[in-house]
Design a protein around this ligand. Structure first.
Ligand SMILES: CC(C)(COP(=O)(O)OP(=O)(O)OC[C@H]1O[C@@H](n2cnc3c(N)ncnc32)[C@H](O)[C@@H]1OP(=O)(O)O)[C@@H](O)C(=O)NCCC(=O)NCCS
Length: 312
């Protein structure tokens, strides 16, 4: 079996080309050179403080890559891609194994990925590593809606000590949803790499009601004319539905204020109330993915949790 090695700077252009052409081939796209060229999954995460990236070669040339992301006690991997001329030769499996080893090293209590629910190959491949399919995650879009942004709602506008306090407030919120779930690395990375910003919603002076890590534009994972919520959540318990409505309103207003025409966000359908609220507010699914989990437990995808993400 071929050896996995770290992905390095010099691989990135080819890794991005392989991601685009492999997914395009799988999806039956004709014009592969112009597919997925308006957003990025490679440069934004490679080398980030909470990620690790892997490469595999064939005959001295890059054959594929995989990225593992750590959100505290939760780990997920992707995008995983192998050059289309090399499929079904066992090259993806060492890259899945490498991500699995990273999860073990990090000591995550919940690991996963998202994939194509209709693909027998994908489900088979990930099951071999102990991941099990659970609920669908529709990735949903709604037009942006101009509105006023609440006070102190932009993380990037905060002073350094306020940023740290805000990061810690997000951790208190996510840790209450799932023990150890931690988005602080993601929040810092989005700001440091100029991929977007984190939206913060406050109840009073210092109690965080919710937050959303947002990407927008072509250099990010969102793409042109789109604000993508990579992760969003509100404080659980009484009033969570109202906090969630405020968060979605604020995301629409942020999108409009930065010139994006739509908001895109994934919601696991096990988060029943959040999914229902998005549908009622006009969000419509663009595509469904399925999350696969190890162990085969809900993690933070369960009723009563108002959270947005899709593990892409
Ligand atoms: C998905 C992808 C990474 C797999 O890479 P690969 O190198 O072909 O995968 P491997 O050869 O390591 O493993 C494929 C496994 O699926 C099996 N398989 C292939 N076709 C299958 C099918 N139609 N149904 C069920 N299993 C199938 C293979 O037999 C192999 O399993 P085995 O070793 O137990 O026999 C690659 O096809 C790709 O880049 N696709 C486009 C991008 C993508 O979809 N990425 C993943 C998104 S979650």
């Amino acid at each position: 079996m071929a050896d996995v090695r770290p992905l390095v700077e010099g691989d990135l252009a080819e890794a991005q080309r392989i991601v685009r052409t492999a997914f395009g081939t799988f999806l039956g796209v004709q014009d592969l050179e112009n597919f997925w060229t308006d957003f990025d999954y490679v440069y934004g995460r490679h080398g980030a403080e909470h990620t690790v990236s892997f490469a595999i070669d064939d005959d001295g040339r890059l054959a594929g890559s995989n990225f593992a992301t750590r959100w505290g006690s939760v780990g997920f991997f992707g995008p995983l891609s192998i050059r289309a001329d090399l499929w079904n030769r066992g090259l993806a499996q060492p890259l899945v194994a490498a991500a699995s080893e990273a999860f073990t090293r990090w000591g995550v209590s919940h690991a996963g990925l998202c994939t194509f629910p209709h693909s027998t190959k994908h489900i088979w491949l990930y099951q071999k590593f102990g991941f099990r399919p659970r609920f669908l995650t529709p990735i949903m879009a709604v037009p942006a809606r101009p509105g006023s942004l609440p006070e102190r709602s932009r993380y990037s506008a905060l002073a350094p000590d306020e940023r740290r306090a805000a990061e810690d407030a997000t951790y208190a919120l996510t840790d209450a949803i799932y023990d150890g779930l931690d988005l602080r690395g993601e929040i810092r990375t989005v700001a440091a790499r100029n991929l977007g910003d984190t939206l913060l919603l406050w109840d009073g002076a210092s109690r965080l009601a919710g937050f959303a890590v947002c990407h927008w534009g072509p250099a990010s994972e969102a793409g042109a004319d789109c604000l993508f919520i990579k992760f969003g959540a509100v404080r659980s318990g009484a009033g969570a539905d109202l906090r969630f409505a405020r968060l979605l309103d604020a995301a629409g207003a942020l999108a409009a204020s930065v010139g994006m025409g739509k908001v895109l966000a994934g919601v696991n359908t096990a988060r029943e109330e959040a999914y229902a609220q998005m549908a009622a507010r006009g969000f419509r699914a663009v595509v469904n993915v399925v999350t696969m989990h190890r162990p085969n437990e809900p993690g933070y995808s369960r009723p009563g949790v108002y959270a947005l993400d899709d593990w892409r």
